[in-house]
Ligand binder design. Structure first.
Ligand SMILES: [Zn+2]
Ligand SMILES: [Zn+2]
Length: 153
């Protein structure tokens, strides 16, 4: 991919659509409780972009402030969870992390690790060999590569 790459996605009913330009700074699985709650799923996969790379169209997305300065957006019609939106720190500024499964072609975005691995549902294990991190991928202690083989969790 290059900086002019465009990808599109949206919610299940099509009322909220988005387009992203350029590459994500992060593609990661997340096992944290907030992501799992917001999505009703045992694990979530996110693609992170600077706010300026993302444009929304169609219906205004609904937003829930899950913590101060952090919004989790969804479609007001069909309820599809769409984003985590907040401050990505000094280098990134405001960021929009899109739920990877809402992209029209999600297979082109490949995750590089598991975030918040210790927060996962204890029985949840995956067979991939991606690095598992205590917190955010590449920004927190790396705990292990690959699945546990000596019993869960
Ligand atoms: Zn919708
Ligand atoms: Zn999370």
């Amino acid at each position: 991919m290059n900086t002019n790459t465009k990808m599109t996605g949206g919610c299940m009913c099509g009322a909220v659509r988005y387009e992203v330009t350029g590459e994500p700074f992060l593609v990661s699985h997340c096992h944290c409780l907030s992501c799992r709650k917001h999505n009703g799923a045992p694990v979530v996969t996110l693609a992170g972009y600077k706010k300026g790379q993302v444009s929304f169209s169609g219906d205004e997305r609904g937003k829930y402030e899950s913590s101060p300065g952090v919004a989790r957006a969804f479609c007001g019609k069909c309820g599809t969870p769409l984003t985590w939106e907040g401050d990505g720190g000094e280098d990134l500024g405001l960021i929009v992390e899109l739920h990877l499964s809402t992209f029209d072609n999600p297979e082109t975005l490949v995750p590089t690790g598991h975030a918040f691995y210790p927060e996962r549902i204890a029985w949840f294990e995956v067979a991939d060999s991606l690095p598992r991190y205590e917190g955010f991928v590449d920004m927190s202690p790396l705990l292990r590569h690959g699945p546990v083989s000596d019993g869960l969790p």
